[in-house]
Ligand binder design. Sequence first.
Ligand SMILES: [Zn+2]
Length: 163
Amino acid sequence: MSVTDELIQANESYASSFSKGDLSAPPAKKTIVLTCMDARLIPSRFLGLEEGDAHVIRNAGGRAQDALRSIVVSQRLLGTDELLVIHHTECGMLSFKNEDLHAKIKEDLDADASDIDFLPFSDLEQSVRDDVEFLKDSPLVPDDVSVRGFVYDVKSGKVTEVK
Ligand SMILES: [Zn+2]
């Protein structure tokens, strides 16, 4: 059985006791959580979120530039007005540079990705500050939206604010 089949089987048991079919699409807590796709992070668990509470936007690193499209849709069309940027310790984005990945793509796929910025970073806390600043400076994010940055520790499960 493939992993895909396993997951779909797991969904059968989830759906068999599902009771939240009446939720509305705008998030009840009017909040966006932007974080990394790292498999060790399950934002709904470490932030106590339930179905319908928040938009969770994930990508490699939890980078804001990459998430802007979704953030604008969330804020303009679905009424969110708070935003948490959460990067994490031991993030894979700390482990390579653009040139490394460009070279690997060339070698593995014989494709040219040299015009793509994969948004890796070398300083974890600074990457959080950069993304908070990027969003606060963006003309697409209103000034009255709360944007705060945090680091999630994969060893302790704890989230700490970056000032
Ligand atoms: Zn990560």
